[in-house]
Design a protein. Structure first.
Length: 172
């Protein structure tokens, strides 16, 4: 898979180069900042059937959490009350060549797919998780459309900015 060849690169100094251990808190969690959680919901990669998509679940959760934290730090959304839940099924349907399938994948490949290949990821309300990819062998998955087309990208939402495209959330 193309995504497996992408290496991390850092253009900014890493925190350990400018923050001392003494200046760090002894505990920190985005789960409770002044009583507010900035973390996305817990997910099960094996529901409704077995699917080895932990790489997609973790990467989508990381991205959703970063969006929530960034929105909360914005002047326009200081207290975001919206759960950001991104469509993992979309990644399995459309990003399989770059990112992976139910037989494994790479979180970096998923980020590359979203940023450099397609430019968006819909919410899970657009494409609910079916735990199937094009190479799934489970009998349940024989009845699931895992192609990448407007119906499987986004069944229920429409972004007015992208009228008719089925895009629900654009990453810039």
């Amino acid at each position: 898979m193309e995504g497996h060849k992408i290496h991390q690169s850092y253009s900014l100094p890493l925190p350990y180069t400018y923050v001392s251990k003494e200046d760090l808190p002894t505990e920190f969690s985005w789960k409770s900042i002044d009583g507010v959680s900035y973390l996305s919901k817990s997910l099960n990669q094996h529901t409704p059937v077995w699917c080895g998509s932990c790489w997609a679940h973790s990467a989508a959760s990381v991205l959703a959490d970063r969006i929530t934290i960034a929105a909360a730090s914005s002047q326009k959304c200081p207290r975001i009350n919206v759960d950001i839940n991104l469509s993992i099924q979309f990644i399995l349907n459309c990003g399989s060549v770059v990112a992976g399938s139910c037989y494994g994948g790479n979180p970096i490949g998923m980020f590359d797919f979203i940023k450099n290949h397609i430019g968006f990821i819909p919410y899970d309300t657009c494409g609910g998780y079916m735990a199937c990819s094009s190479d799934s062998e489970d009998e349940f998955c024989e009845h699931v459309d895992t192609t990448c087309n407007p119906v499987t990208i986004c069944r229920t939402c429409e972004n007015p900015k992208h009228k008719g495209s089925g895009k629900c959330f654009e990453v810039s």
